[in-house]
Design a protein around this ligand. Structure first.
Ligand code: GSH
Length: 381
């Protein structure tokens, strides 16, 4: 008995679906690419007939799959709310472990557009790891095949993949594991020695960067600790609500597909921002009087707020610049006074990515001109 599925190549559909579609000769011909995930899949209990069906369907389903893939990517729950899938690779780097701290063994693939990837860029720079861990930046046009490298999309500031000349980030995931069934996300911390992914979860990558390479960097950089033992409880407590209510809250607002789900999410975003405003009033940092990972984790969302989330994700109850003076001051001080923040920010990548890559929200793909400027100077009110 055949059963229709909406494809997002979830774990439940692999390995046969990913194998057939990623490599099948019919899928090749149908889409003219190495891989194609956007089609309706018919499954049956028999492995063989499922394979054949998938290949044939791949040939005949719609060619303009962008909208479909966009919706499939931003999977919502039956009540219209958005849930983010968990990251797949969660290894660490440590002496005596599978992945040892070594110079030029690891490579960081990022997008300037992505807040999670930007966390890793900021901490890499704060810790002075630029020579130890080189980076590659993808194009912000996250399309049918995910994040492209400059070899297939020459966007200013995007790089080619220096290791494998991959077309897309997904090629890296499939190189590391041909049966990979998860999402093809950035950031990716890649091991050049084993050709494997060490970790693709930004909150863990920044903790790896915070300590793992301390023996290989100058003492002042090694001494910088953004997750100090005596402040961990306080940092963890903040992370616990800032992540769901703000970092991911803006996505829950933007990707909601019902009025109720949107309203719930957007009100939670602003209630949490109100709380942050109180914490930052009269202070330069969230925790104690020093920079911690709590600042880094929140900052990547706030820097995108006025340029993108207010419009694209409908988080428009207030702007940061007009509605939250303490957050606005904290945002600008970190941007203008600390190059780790400024150098990790590219507003062209940020705005182009969001407005271009989610046609279910912005079908025309027009990128708004404002706000002008994207970030105000330090001395403005
Ligand atoms: N939990 C991950 C989330 C990473 C993530 O969702 N990255 C987005 C870009 S902002 C992505 O690459 N999405 C591609 C996709 O889901 O297909 C982290 O914090 O590292």
């Amino acid at each position: 008995m055949l059963k229709p599925w909406h494809i997002s190549l979830s774990r439940s559909l692999r390995p046969w679906a990913s194998c057939t579609i990623a490599r099948g000769p019919f899928a090749h011909k149908a889409f003219g690419t190495k891989s194609s995930l956007q089609c309706t899949v018919i499954t049956s209990s028999s492995f063989k007939s499922a394979r054949n069906t998938v290949s044939l369907r791949a040939m005949t389903t719609t060619r303009d799959t962008t909208l479909q893939s966009d919706i499939a990517k931003m999977k919502t729950e039956p009540d219209g709310s958005f849930k983010r899938a968990p990251s797949s690779y969660r290894n660490t780097i440590q002496k005596g472990g599978q992945f040892e701290p070594e110079s030029d063994r690891y490579h960081l693939y990022v997008s300037y557009a992505c807040p999670w990837a930007t966390r890793t860029l900021i901490v890499r720079k704060l810790k002075g790891l630029e020579d130890i861990i080189p980076t590659t930046v993808v194009s912000p046009h996250m399309g049918t095949h995910g994040w492209p490298f400059a070899s297939v999309d020459k966007f200013p500031g995007a790089d080619v993949d220096p290791l494998y000349n991959s077309d897309h980030v997904r090629d890296l995931y499939l190189k590391a594991d041909p049966d990979y069934g998860g999402r093809f996300t950035v950031p990716v911390l890649w091991d050049k020695k084993t050709h494997k992914i060490v970790n693709n979860e930004s909150s863990e990558i920044i903790r790896i960067f915070n300590t793992a390479f301390n023996d290989l960097i100058p003492a002042d950089k090694a001494g910088l600790d953004i997750y100090p033992a005596n402040l961990r409880n306080e940092i963890d407590e903040l992370n616990e609500w800032i992540y769901p209510d703000i970092n991911n809250g803006v996505y829950r607002s933007g990707f909601a597909t019902t009025q109720e789900a949107y309203q719930k999410a957007v009100l939670e975003v602003f209630a949490a921002l109100d709380k942050v405003e109180k914490i930052l009033t009269g202070k330069d940092y969230l925790v104690a009087e020093r920079l911690t990972e709590a600042d880094v984790r929140l900052w990547v969302t706030i820097i995108r707020f006025d340029p993108v989330y207010v419009g694209h994700f409908k988080c428009n109850i207030r702007t940061i610049r007009d509605g939250y003076p303490a957050i606005h001051s904290w945002l600008r001080k970190l941007y203008w006074n600390n190059d780790a923040f400024k150098s990790s920010t590219d507003f062209n990548h940020i705005k182009t990515h969001y407005y271009w890559s989610h046609p279910s929200i912005n079908p025309t793909r027009i990128v708004p001109v404002g706000p002008i400027p994207n970030i105000k100077p330090l001395d403005s009110v």
